[in-house]
Design a protein around this ligand. Structure first.
Ligand code: PLP
Length: 381
């Protein structure tokens, strides 16, 4: 006789969850299983770029999965080539190459690996408060001891204050630094921006010492800042640019844009799922919509409106950001305020640390939706 299992498998409990089951999305709105509608100023953690369930996106993925969902990287994949060509054109990096993987951490992992293959070095400089992911090297260059397991603590990383150019240059000039990795707008770190002087100074020091300059555009990139890449506000070209999150609007995908300085060698990098047909269909749909609906300009316009309005609210200590990547810092912890926004006003927002509310809406947020957010925010302040 079969004995009935008393227990069913649990999920490994690593996420503190809101008691809300989101079952549907459209544009900048999501709905829970009771049919309650929410305004989405969080974009599922900066992932939803063109809006939930965009019809063109649905059509492209549906057609692709009905035709060919997956085949391996051992054969030509013309959709991958289309993604590279389109991305090169719309980002202004036509002379760079693209390596595709499945997540942000993998993008940084591969960028750092390629940098080390290039110059043979093993030290990486990264910024305090930066976040670069949770896999071995990506987490090691993330200055948060709580998420670095002993097996990842291998003395590769030196953490320095963002924008303290002197400190970074002093380390780079030692000649043993493999790469520097920077988020030009720190996301998890509380929407802190790199200055043009800082990035220019890094560029010069990296050029002098054959150190690889990597910009992590996983959260701030792909149109969110009001330019295609956040570093394009600073007028400097990195050697490698890592992307993920919004690039396929929720389909898991990451990429590394690689300067022509670096030559590809068969077998050095590889992946089973990276750049698969479905992911590429999603990525093409995202770029179609970004161009057709001029979403980069929309992020700049609506972001500027939000920043101007938020700066007039006396309860907010500081407003930081660019485009639709905005941090509102308060004098006090924001946990209750964020909960009120969610439960009473039905608005999803993000958080950084204890005192900062982070806004990362879909890039299609309209002026009316932005106004609606300001009204709902004021109602709970
Ligand atoms: C700047 C930055 N880099 C890397 C990552 C890691 O991306 P993923 O969670 O897709 O591995 C994140 C995720 O939040 C991020 O914000």
């Amino acid at each position: 006789m079969l004995r009935k299992n008393k227990r069913s498998m649990n999920l490994f409990d690593v996420y503190p969850l809101f008691d809300i089951n989101i079952v549907k999305g459209k544009g900048c709105h999501v709905w829970d299983e009771q049919g309650q509608e929410y305004l989405d100023l969080y974009g599922g953690h900066a992932v939803i770029s063109i809006g939930h369930a965009h019809p063109h996106y649905v059509e492209m993925i549906s057609n692709q999965v009905a035709t060919l969902g997956f085949y391996s990287n051992s054969v030509i994949n013309k959709i991958q080539q289309q993604v590279a060509e389109r991305l090169g054109r719309i980002s202004g990096y036509e002379d760079y190459s693209l390596f595709l993987i499945n997540s942000g951490a993998e993008a940084n992992e591969n960028a750092l690996k390629l940098a080390s293959f290039h110059n043979g070095r093993t030290r990486v400089l990264s910024a305090q408060k930066a976040f670069h992911g949770r896999t071995s090297l990506a987490v090691e260059v993330t200055a948060n001891p709580n998420i670095i397991a002993p097996i990842n603590a291998n003395n590769h990383a030196t953490y320095l204050p963002l924008n303290d150019l002197q400190a970074w240059v002093a380390e780079i000039e030692k000649g043993d630094v493999c790469a520097v990795i920077v988020e030009c707008i720190q996301g998890v770190g509380g929407i802190r921006m790199a200055t043009p002087e800082f990035l220019e100074g890094l560029r010069e020091a990296c050029d002098r010492t054959d150190t690889v300059l990597i910009c992590d555009e996983i959260q701030c990139g792909y149109g969110r800042s009001g330019k295609f890449f956040a570093h394009q506000h600073l007028g400097v070209k990195p050697d490698m640019i890592t992307v993920a999150k919004g690039i396929a609007n929720g389909f898991p995908m990451g990429g590394v844009l690689i300067s022509p300085k670096y030559k590809a060698i068969y077998g050095q990098l590889g992946t089973t799922f990276g750049g698969n047909h479905l992911a590429c269909a999603a990525a093409l749909a995202v770029m179609d919509v970004m161009e057709q609906e001029d979403l980069v300009a929309n992020a700049a316009r609506v972001g500027e409106y939000l920043m101007t309005e938020l700066k007039q609210i006396p309860q907010i200590k500081e407003v930081r950001g660019q485009g639709l990547m905005i941090g509102m810092e308060f004098e006090h912890p924001i946990k209750q305020l964020r909960l009120k926004l969610l439960k009473e006003q039905h608005v999803f927002t993000g958080v950084s640390g204890t005192n900062v509310i982070r806004l990362l809406p879909p890039l299609c947020l309209s002026m009316d939706e932005a106004k609606e957010f300001i009204t709902r925010l004021k109602a709970v302040l």
